[in-house]
Design a protein around this ligand. Sequence first.
Ligand SMILES: Nc1ncnc2c1ncn2[C@@H]1O[C@H](COP(=O)(O)OP(=O)(O)OP(=O)(O)O)[C@@H](O)[C@H]1O
Ligand SMILES: [Mg+2]
Length: 200
Amino acid sequence: MIELQASQLVGKGLHRECYVHPDDDNLCIKVVVNRGEEETRREQAYYKFLQKRNVIWEMLPKFYGEVDTNLGSGAVFDLIRDADGSVSKTLEHYIESPQLTEVNFQGLLQSLLSLKEYLITQNIMTMTIKPKNIVYKKQEAQSGLCIIIDNIGNSDLLSISSYSRFFGRKKINRKWTKFITSMQKHYPENQSLHRILAVI
Ligand SMILES: Nc1ncnc2c1ncn2[C@@H]1O[C@H](COP(=O)(O)OP(=O)(O)OP(=O)(O)O)[C@@H](O)[C@H]1O
Ligand SMILES: [Mg+2]
């Protein structure tokens, strides 16, 4: 059984806690802390579906299966880190501060454009896209990757969008538009963000 220590906590959402894997700095273990079983089940079913399809994992952490921990069953994923070794921060972190958005303007803009293109070319479905469920993996001063760390999948695995690239693209475009609209609404003061949202 794997012992997870409070000092190794990376982040926490509404349902899960994310810890650095004690045996491998480049992996994390997510445990359910608050009624997240249903989301976890959906996520793992969708990951299985993607594994069978041989998708490219460029902007999605790989899933390595489940392990037993002192906090219950844990799901193992790639832990996303910046080029300097620190754990990557969420997009929410970068856009909460207009200054931080401005400093990383080019990197954020390019990586968001790439993320949208990636989701469409790989036909990867997401539930609601939220800035707290994307991390910005900073690689250089003005370049990086936006990686979706939570809420991928389809509420209905039999949904036509998962199998048809045509309907898939339509669905991804709809989710993306909602993602933009919600950021415009939530961060009315961040001018740099609004310049980014106008072109992605
Ligand atoms: N693969 C990862 N690499 C780096 N950081 C991560 C990774 N996965 C999660 N995190 C961090 O841990 C936090 C919580 O993880 P996650 O979003 O999976 O939990 P959750 O409870 O499912 O979230 P939600 O409230 O959106 O349902 C994230 O917001 C992020 O800061
Ligand atoms: Mg989350």
